[in-house]
Design a binder for this molecule. Structure first.
Ligand code: ZN
Length: 108
């Protein structure tokens, strides 16, 4: 293992494969989830987050796809509810009941 400084910025050439891997893992998570295997879906979510964290990759495009508390794969209308109220998106995980609020900026 190569020690890493906490906030060192990685060049995109290093992040691209991780980004791809994360997207792939989320796609697999969705497949397992849709097949009814939530545990396998959760494992994929965990693997994806781990892969992202390893290179300190932020994954805003995937952040709404899992529960931060229980790492369940979340699918709107299936195991989470999303409400938008006063410019705040409120996502509730039906698996563990965790609620996340996100202030939406600008245009809606
Ligand atoms: Zn949850």
């Amino acid at each position: 293992m190569i020690p890493e400084r906490a906030n060192r910025r990685r060049p995109d050439s290093e992040l691209a494969p991780a980004r791809k891997e994360v997207a792939q893992l989320f796609n697999e998570a969705e497949r397992f989830f849709l097949a009814g295997d939530k545990e396998m879906a959760r494992r994929r979510v965990r693997a994806a987050r781990k892969a992202a964290m390893k290179v300190r990759l932020r994954i805003p495009e995937h952040n709404h796809r899992f529960c931060r508390e229980c790492e369940s794969y979340l699918k709107q209308g299936m195991n989470c509810t999303v409400r938008i109220r006063d410019g705040i998106r409120i996502t509730r995980c039906a698996e563990c009941g965790a609620v996340r609020r996100k202030v939406l900026n600008g245009k809606r």
